[in-house]
Design a protein around this ligand. Structure first.
Ligand code: ADP
Ligand code: MG
Length: 322
């Protein structure tokens, strides 16, 4: 459905490219998460897919049709591709339902009423129809902006950090609802996030960007199991780098894959911190043989600066980078 082919962009006056030769494709009813550090080019890519910015080279096609450049269009963008902006772009003087109905003005009154009610329900704000945007919370505003964009019947929805201003519970609820919205509206979605857990909730694939380049794109589980470098592995949580006795070989192993073993079995470490996380403790410790710091989890609190524990991990959990 969507083909992004070798797109590059350098902002005027900049030496380094913001986006360098990025290519990927997306099928119908698929969800892709774009992940990368701040400044890695995520927003720039989204703008180019939305048809709001012209790539210096390369192109974007949708359903076999090449996207026109913003300066060739009457209205910037593509009718089947819609972007949900971070600042929502809602009409402050209109109520919640009017903000959605406004998009449906070309249809008859009855359809406007029915479709608006349906979209508000779908986005979980059916009860708030008569309120104004300034009477809504951040999460409700996010839902309203999704509802008003859905009224335009896009086939591909683009969202730039849609969850960054939401509290964890609101975010989780919205993520769950997004899965239903995508299904019931037969949508594809590309969203930008820096949290791999968001992506794990709803994305089929993840695409990792680093300094404007796409460095890995694959199914979520494949990336978790075989990240190509330490930066990507680090997006999923703490990774230990453990040297062998000769300091020749380093084994990269996730904190969550280290287990406490019987005394004298495995790597001896002296605990320096043990932090309560609810269902488990997160521990920092010093490897007794080489002084390296190691992180791991435990069921019980460990005594800092006193306790020596022994850690092991399965060989097949060791991460191999190229
Ligand atoms: P991200 O969304 O991943 O944080 P952006 O796409 O916003 O990254 O930015 C990519 C790079 O382009 C960054 O180095 C950023 O500073 C630069 N950049 C973004 N917008 C502009 C602009 N309007 N003018 C000049 N440089 C920009
Ligand atoms: Mg951005």
């Amino acid at each position: 459905m969507l083909e992004v082919v070798n797109i590059s962009k350098t902002y005027s006056g900049e030496d380094l490219g913001a986006v360098n030769d990025v290519s990927f494709s997306l099928g119908e009813n698929q969800v892709l998460a774009l992940i990368g550090k701040s400044g890695s080019g995520k927003s720039t890519i989204l703008q180019m897919i939305a048809g709001l910015m012209k790539p210096d080279s390369g192109h974007v096609s949708f359903s076999g049709e090449e996207l026109e450049n913003p300066d060739e269009q009457l209205i910037a963008g593509h009718s089947d591709i819609k972007i949900v902006f971070q600042d929502f772009q809602l009409k402050p003087n209109m109520t919640v339902e009017e903000n959605v109905k406004y998009v449906l003005l070309q249809f008859d009154k009855q359809f406007q009423e029915e479709r608006t009610a349906e979209l508000l329900q779908l986005c979980g704000i059916g009860e708030l129809a008569k309120r104004k945007p300034n009477e809504l919370s951040g999460g409700q505003l996010q839902r309203l902006s999704i509802a008003s964009v859905l009224a335009e019947e896009p086939k591909l929805l683009l969202m730039d950090e849609p969850f960054s201003n939401l509290d964890p519970l609101t975010k989780e609820n919205l993520l769950i609802e997004l899965v239903d919205i995508i299904k019931s509206e037969a949508l594809s979605l590309i969203f930008v996030t820096h949290d791999t857990r968001d992506a794990m909730w709803i994305a089929d694939r993840m695409a990792f960007l680093s300094e404007g380049s796409l460095i890995q794109i694959d199914a979520v589980q494949n990336i978790y199991n075989a990240p190509i470098n330490l930066e990507i592995a680090g997006f999923f949580g703490r990774v230990n780098a453990i040297s062998d006795v000769n300091r020749e070989k380093i084994s990269y192993i996730r904190a969550e894959d280290c287990r406490i073993n019987e005394p004298d079995q495995g790597i001896g470490v002296v605990v320096s911190k043990s932090v309560f996380l609810g269902h488990q403790y997160f521990n920092e410790a010093i490897n007794s043989t080489n002084g390296e710091t190691i992180h791991f989890y435990s069921k019980n609190k460990l005594k800092a600066n006193e306790e020596t524990v022994f850690l092991t991990f399965d060989e097949d959990k060791i991460l191999h980078f190229n």
